[in-house]
Design a protein around this ligand. Structure first.
Ligand SMILES: Nc1ncnc2c1ncn2[C@@H]1O[C@H](COP(=O)(O)OP(=O)(O)OP(=O)(O)O)[C@@H](O)[C@H]1O
Ligand SMILES: [Mg+2]
Length: 275
């Protein structure tokens, strides 16, 4: 297999070789995914094409079963596509071997999975430190950084418990801390607020926005929640494995949309009353 020449400089940082003047962090072309199961093959994604520029906040929006998690798994290097290419910084992500992909993922991607994955025998703190261990950060420093990130999501008090005794929402917050701990370039979060109350949901969304706006990170958020759409500058709408629409640019805030609909409705009511 061709090596993509993933570089590991002395500082330990892994980067894909950058093509100059590339504005797009991710370019997806002709992506199809089919799962071969005992009962036959299941086609899940159909000819998906899109770009995600650096430093954007993208939302993948769609109903249950539309293929959002499958798409995210492909983007994060966990599930090869059946057809098509995923380029990250201009380089085909699936032409490197899986070890290199895993190293790049550990260092440059922070992932909040829809279903939480934990090393069950380790504490919450050590689970959060794991991406740092994987990239060679010294243990004491890693644990200190992990604690700071647990504090960010209000979970420092649970550092020494086992992750599986936490509630679903608490696990999501710890999962967010783990995704952010290595300060990755790309953060992908699959329904990270699905089990959270509105206060903690807002805290997670504020963290994601801060990562984009203040740290210039790129965010890909999978959600069913229509209220989050205005926060994004790219929206990919999926239905039945197809990208039915994509739009770019800051979405009007939801309260503006609601107030413009309300005034349109008031005008219509007035018209009706006159007739
Ligand atoms: N490993 C697999 N083998 C067979 N079918 C699969 C596999 N993974 C996903 N699918 C199917 O692909 C379709 C899309 O699943 P996916 O999990 O990507 O949807 P989703 O949009 O994330 O849904 P949700 O919002 O409920 O999380 C579903 O019909 C699912 O059953
Ligand atoms: Mg899903």
């Amino acid at each position: 297999m061709d090596s993509m020449d993933v570089k590991s400089p002395p500082g330990g940082e892994v980067s894909l070789p950058k093509s100059s003047s590339l504005n797009n962090l991710i370019t997806v072309k002709g992506l199809n995914k089919q799962f071969d199961t005992k009962s036959g093959s299941v086609k899940v994604l159909y000819d998906i094409n899109f770009d995600i520029p650096n430093n954007s906040f993208a939302i993948i929006f769609g109903p249950s079963g539309s293929g959002k998690t499958t798409l995210l798994n492909i983007l994060s290097g966990l599930e090869p596509p059946t057809q098509g290419t995923i380029k990250i910084e201009g380089q085909d992500f699936y032409t490197v071997d899986s070890d290199q992909r895993a190293l790049f993922r550990a260092q440059s991607m922070g992932i909040v999975h829809q279903v939480n994955y934990w090393v069950k025998s380790l504490s919450v703190l050590e689970n959060v430190a794991m991406p740092l261990y994987l990239t060679g950060v010294e243990k004491n420093i890693a644990l200190k950084m992990a604690m700071q990130n647990l504090d960010l999501v209000g979970m420092a008090d649970f550092a020494h418990t086992r992750p599986l005794v936490l509630s679903g929402g608490q696990q999501q917050r710890v999962s967010m801390a783990r995704a952010l701990v290595a300060n990755p370039q790309l953060i992908m979060a699959d329904e990270p607020t699905g089990n959270l109350d509105s206060k903690n949901g807002k805290m997670i969304m504020d963290l994601l926005i801060k990562c984009q706006k203040e740290l210039n990170r790129t965010i890909i958020l999978v959600t069913h929640n229509i209220e989050y759409l205005p926060l994004s500058d790219i929206r990919l709408y999926m239905v039945d494995g197809k990208l039915t629409q994509s739009d770019k640019g800051q979405h009007a805030p939801m309260n503006e949309i609601i107030s413009s609909l309300t005034s349109e409705l008031a005008e219509l009511t007035k018209l009706e009353q006159r007739q």
